[in-house]
Design a protein around this ligand. Structure first.
Ligand code: ACO
Length: 278
């Protein structure tokens, strides 16, 4: 069953078969991310984390843009000359949804890049767990071409996925690239023809929806935290996280998987997934 809900003036959410299509909804501004959009996105992400209609979030844009980046009027012109405190508040609300919340969100997230993706839009793109783009989507770190640096947290975000030579090339040239190139760079998982974008995203979302949700959440968060630890810390943390996962998993997935493999002989990890209803 499909239903659609607006969040403020800036975000539209369509619910369908466990997928929440979270759509940045300022198509006439190419989904540039304003202060109002940040406030709406904070409310959306907060609400969907505990909404049973949402098993997976797909973040995308209405119209022909994923997002044209930070709203230059709101985040540059309008914050010039205001007090530091007002500026700080505007930045805090955008940082909250774009990376603090998305990075460690309780549910899996896929960015579906349907068109223009510039500047600040790289941050939520990178902070989603997975990303798929249309082959003809256009990406660009355009900042250098109009007199600013890739700020906010964009430079940090790209350094987590691109190697230094490639990141520096785009930081310094501002050259645009398409979805195919984004895949080659490792910025996204895959690029597909525009007419297959939604279908491929649904296919991937369904794979995620079929997993044990507790274990999937723990696996995503464990990876994201462990990558910044040294080996000793990671070993300790991951062992504790694995025990915690067993403890909090209402499905008892570990026990069931072992039983199906070792006792019942009904399941081989190399050939698929354990039977969740088994
Ligand atoms: N901030 C504010 N308004 C924007 C932004 C933006 N980032 N991007 C587009 N808009 C507005 C335009 O000003 C225009 O508004 P108007 O109708 O009131 O004049 C409207 O959206 C439509 O934009 P057009 O440029 O007319 O659309 P077009 O389809 O021709 O081009 C494109 C789209 C290529 C995305 C172009 O708008 C553009 O280059 N935008 C800026 C992209 C950019 O460099 N973003 C990075 C910002 S830096 C940062 O994020 C830190």
């Amino acid at each position: 069953m499909t239903s659609t809900q607006s969040w403020g003036d800036n975000v539209l959410v369509e619910f369908e078969d466990g997928i929440a299509w979270v759509q940045l909804n300022r198509p006439d501004k190419r989904n540039a991310m304003s202060v109002g959009l940040a406030e709406d996105m904070n409310k959306v992400l907060d609400a969907l984390e505990v909404d049973d209609r949402c098993g997976v979030i797909v973040l995308t844009g209405v119209g022909d843009a994923f997002s044209a980046g930070m709203d230059l009027k709101d985040f540059f012109r309008a914050t010039d000359g205001v007090s530091d405190v007002e500026r700080m508040r505007a930045y805090r609300s955008t940082r909250a949804w774009q990376w603090r919340t998305l990075m460690h969100y309780a549910k899996p997230t896929i960015a579906m890049v349907n068109g223009w993706c510039f500047g600040g839009a790289f941050t939520p793109l990178i902070c989603c767990d997975l990303a798929i783009a249309s082959e003809d989507a256009t990406f660009g770190l355009s900042e250098i071409n109009w007199g600013v640096i890739p700020g906010g947290v964009v430079s940090k975000a790209i350094s987590t996925l691109l190697n230094d030579r490639k990141a520096m090339y785009y930081v310094m040239t501002g050259e645009k690239f398409d979805g195919r190139k984004a895949e080659e760079l490792g910025l996204i998982n895959e690029a597909v023809p525009a007419d297959q974008l939604r279908a491929r995203t649904v296919e991937l979302a369904k794979v995620l929806l079929a997993k044990n949700p507790t274990v999937l959440r723990q696996a995503r968060l464990a990876y994201k935290y462990a990558r910044y630890m040294d080996w000793e810390q990671a070993a300790e943390y991951l062992t504790a996280k694995a025990d915690q996962t067993t403890f909090v998993d209402p499905e008892r997935g570990r026990e069931e998987g072992l039983k199906q493999f070792l006792d019942d002989k009904t399941y081989r990890p190399g050939h698929g997934t354990y039977q969740r209803e088994g």
